[in-house]
Design a binder for this molecule. Sequence first.
Ligand code: IPE
Ligand code: IPE
Ligand code: MG
Length: 270
Amino acid sequence: MSLEKIIDKKNAELSKIIDQKKVPEHVAIIMDGNGRWATKKGLPRRFGHNKGVSVLKEILKASKKLGCKVLTVYAFSTENWTRPSKEVDFLINLFSEVLRNEIEEIHKESIKIKFIGDLNPFPETLKNLICSSESLTKNNNTFLLNVCLNYGGRQEIVKVARELALKSTSGEIKPSEVNEELFSSELLTQGIKDPELLIRTSGEKRISNFLLWQLAYSEIYISEVLWPDFNELEFLKAIIDYQSRNRRFGGIESLPNESYEDSHCSSYQK
Ligand code: IPE
Ligand code: IPE
Ligand code: MG
């Protein structure tokens, strides 16, 4: 059956197609296309951002229901400050409003919320809401929602390098002790396994400074759908596509019932 035919089936049937043993634990999403969605409809860009919030709520529920454990979403990049101040201000107010309105529900669902990025430039109101939301949900262990705010992958890597350099200068560590494990332990995502799957909506084929270290071996799924039109069905489509991938991590495909030597030498040895 073609993938498109499969997708035409109802959500319930789709869920049956999904291999429960191969559900990604950690999904990262670049929620892109809000502005274009609104502009296409002749509306100001803020309408796209508003609709995007309800989509995030739907995908949060869907990923939890499916059995994922962590969802990491890109909500505001270090480069997004270059947008007109009217849009930046709108987004900052929207983050506060959403947190105020949704935190009780998030907590009730036993979801832990964590913000990743440099929160310093944000107004006190938002910083206080972030702090209280993180502390309210800190003991929830069913699901983790990471919201990347004023996040940039390069900035994160530079910060780790600076911290390790300082530790080395103070004699806390030796330069020879710096390895991948130590480096990862200083990242903002420390303790969280790398995403198995990255979804980017709106058809753009770039990473835009998102999780540069953590995405080293993630499977990438590009959806042509603009984020405000994304939904559970599109999410399941991404999961099904992910489950069809052969993750090699630089190795070779697994060869059931034959050894490497057999598979490569038999044709000319016979
Ligand atoms: C993503 O949508 C949301 C944020 C970056 C905050 P965009 O606002 O980038 O929408 P497009 O890509 O311009 O359509
Ligand atoms: C990436 O989208 C950032 C977020 C979704 C928050 P952008 O719209 O900012 O990325 P570019 O400009 O298309 O690379
Ligand atoms: Mg965009």
